[in-house]
Write a protein that binds this ligand. Structure first.
Ligand code: ZN
Length: 133
């Protein structure tokens, strides 16, 4: 397992981590198989979505913050229930096919770390399953 950290700077934020994951594959000479990107947090997540227009990320956060408002009479003592709910909606992991050492993502796809209770320093865990050169 390989680990790296992501520093977030806003309460909710989506950060493109595609290049970090791709670099890890190169560093460990992983060529064919699948890679799992896992976020070990209860108020952060990972998703795959559009990598071209940053307004897509802005719209996604705008809508998810409407669907799950920051304050809504939640009971959780930490006061961050909205972040827990958003993290579960987005999910904790993504699995991506790797071919010839390259992440097999669609032209417009990127891997995004999703912060829902920032700013914080967060962890991402990566596990490769398949052939190492
Ligand atoms: Zn909490």
């Amino acid at each position: 397992m390989i680990k790296f950290t992501v520093k977030t700077s806003n309460r909710t934020e989506m950060i493109n981590i595609t290049s970090q994951v791709q670099e890890l594959l190169r560093d460990c000479q992983f060529t064919h198989g699948v890679v799992t990107v896992f976020v070990p947090h209860t108020t952060a997540a990972v998703t795959i979505n559009e990598n071209a227009d940053p307004d897509v990320r802005r719209d996604m956060l705008m809508e998810i913050n409407k669907i799950v408002p920051f304050e809504d009479g939640y009971h959780h003592y930490e006061g961050n229930s909205a972040a827990h709910i958003k993290a579960s909606l987005m999910g904790n992991s993504e699995q991506i096919i790797v071919h010839n050492g390259q992440l097999q993502l669609g032209t417009w796809q990127g891997i995004y770390f999703c912060e829902f209770d920032g700013p914080r320093t967060r962890k991402v865990w990566v596990q490769c399953l398949g052939v190492i050169k």
